[in-house]
Design a protein around this ligand. Structure first.
Ligand code: SF4
Length: 346
C-alpha cells in the first residue's frame, strides 16, 4: 500500500496523473487510515501552492425559478424546498456584496444565477453590473456562473471584465441522465469549451454524494482533466428537503477526503476548491481538507449557510496557512492554454 501511495504522489509531483486503476485504488483506501493518505498527498499541495489558501465568495444573483430538473438542486422546477426566489439582483446590492467579499479577504467573487442559461437581456444587465464592480474593485476576480451559454455571450462577459466562467460537469457522462433530464452532459462540455474559446478562465468541477459509483468519480475526474480547467470546485451534496435527493446520505468525512486526495493528484498544479457541503460532510475534518485543496468558499453557499468567515480564518491560521493575496498567482506555473497566468503576467 505504501509503495503505491509513494508512486502516485511522486507521479503527481512530476505532473503525471494517476492511472485509472490507481485512482480507483485511492477511493478504496481503508477509511480508518485516511489520515495516512492525506499526509502523503499533502506534499503535492505544498509543492505547488505552498501554504496559501485562496478565498472565494459567492453571490446568488438570481435564485429559484429554474425550468431545469437537476435532482440535487433546490432551485429546480421539481424542488419544493422553501428557498427565496428572486430575479437578478440590482447593481447596488452586488456592489455591497463585493465590498463584504473584499473585507473577508476573498480574491474571487463568484456571481451565480439560476436557470438553464441567460437571455440576451440578462447577459447585458449582468455585464453592466460587472463593469461597475470591476471599476470599484479592480483586483477582484469575477467568475460568472450563468448556465448554458449561447454563441457570443461568453465574449460579452469577457469584454465586461469577467475573468472566469464556471460550469461544472458535476458527474460522469454515464451517471448524468440519473440526475437531470432537461439538458445533457454534452450541453455542459460545450459551454466549458465556449468559455475557454472566448478567453475566459475555465472553472469546472463536480458534485459528489448523489449515489455515483467510484467509477463515476474517476470518470468525471479524468473528463475534467481533459478539458483543462484552471480551477476545479469540489462540491459534496447537501441533501435538501424538497429535492429528489433529500434522503441521499452516502458521504462520510473519510470518503470526502479520499475524493479530495484523488483530485489533488489528478490536478497537482491546478486550483482545487472545496465548495458546497464542506461543513456538513467534512465536519471536524475540515482542516484536513485544506491540506489537500488550496481554495475554499468563505461565507454562505447558494441556498444554504456556510461557516462564519472568522471561523474559516481561524482554521487557516491554526493550520499555519495564510490567505492568498489579490496580487499572488494562484496557478503556480504556466500551463499550455492557461488563461489565468497569461492574464496575470500580461
Ligand atoms: S440549471 Fe442550475 S439552477 Fe437550474 S436546476 Fe440545474 S443546477 Fe439548479
Amino acid at each position: 500500500m505504501q509503495e503505491t501511495l509513494a508512486k502516485v504522489v511522486d507521479g503527481a509531483l512530476a505532473l503525471e496523473p494517476p492511472s485509472r486503476d490507481e485512482a480507483l485504488w485511492m477511493l478504496s483506501y481503508p477509511e480508518e487510515r485516511v489520515t495516512e493518505l492525506v499526509a502523503a498527498v499533502s506534499r503535492v499541495r505544498y509543492e505547488f501552492f505552498g501554504n496559501r489558501v485562496k478565498l472565494n465568495a459567492l453571490v446568488n444573483m438570481k435564485s429559484g425559478l429554474c425550468p431545469e430538473d437537476c435532482n440535487y438542486c433546490s432551485q429546480s422546477k421539481i424542488s419544493t424546498a422553501p428557498i427565496q426566489k428572486y430575479p437578478y439582483l440590482g447593481k447596488e446590492e452586488v456592489l455591497g456584496r463585493a465590498a463584504k467579499a473584499r473585507e473577508a479577504g476573498a480574491k474571487r467573487l463568484c456571481l451565480v444565477a439560476s436557470g438553464r442559461g441567460p437571455s440576451g437581456h440578462e447577459v447585458s444587465r449582468f455585464a453592466e453590473t460587472v463593469r461597475e464592480v470591476k471599476s470599484r474593485y479592480p483586483e477582484l476576480e469575477i467568475c460568472a456562473c450563468l448556465g448554458i451559454l449561447k454563441d457570443g455571450q461568453a465574449e460579452t462577459l469577457k469584454d465586461a471584465g469577467v475573468h472566469a466562467y464556471n460550469h461544472n460537469l458535476n458527474t460522469s457522462e454515464g451517471f448524468y441522465e440519473k440526475i437531470c433530464s432537461t439538458h445533457d452532459y454534452e450541453d455542459r462540455t460545450r459551454t466549458v469549451e465556449k468559455a475557454k474559446g472566448s478567453g475566459l478562465s475555465p472553472c469546472s468541477g463536480a458534485l459528489f454524494g448523489m449515489g455515483e459509483a467510484d467509477e463515476d468519480v474517476v470518470d468525471v475526474a479524468f473528463a475534467l482533466k481533459a478539458i483543462q480547467p484552471d480551477s476545479v470546485p469540489i462540491n459534496f451534496l447537501i441533501p435538501i428537503e424538497g429535492t429528489p435527493l433529500a434522503g441521499q446520505t452516502d458521504l462520510t468525512p473519510q470518503r470526502c477526503l479520499k475524493i479530495l486526495a484523488l483530485f489533488r493528484l489528478v490536478f497537482p498544479d491546478v486550483e482545487v476548491r472545496i465548495a458546497g457541503g464542506r461543513e456538513v460532510h467534512l465536519r471536524s475534518m475540515q482542516p484536513l481538507g485544506l491540506l489537500l485543496a488550496n481554495s475554499i468558499f468563505a461565507g454562505d453557499y447558494l441556498t444554504t449557510t456556510g461557516q462564519a468567515a472568522a471561523k474559516d480564518l481561524e482554521m487557516i491560521s491554526d493550520l499555519g496557512l495564510v490567505v492568498e493575496s489579490a496580487k499572488e498567482r494562484t496557478l503556480p506555473r504556466e500551463r499550455a492554454g492557461a488563461v489565468t497566468l497569461k492574464e496575470y503576467s500580461g
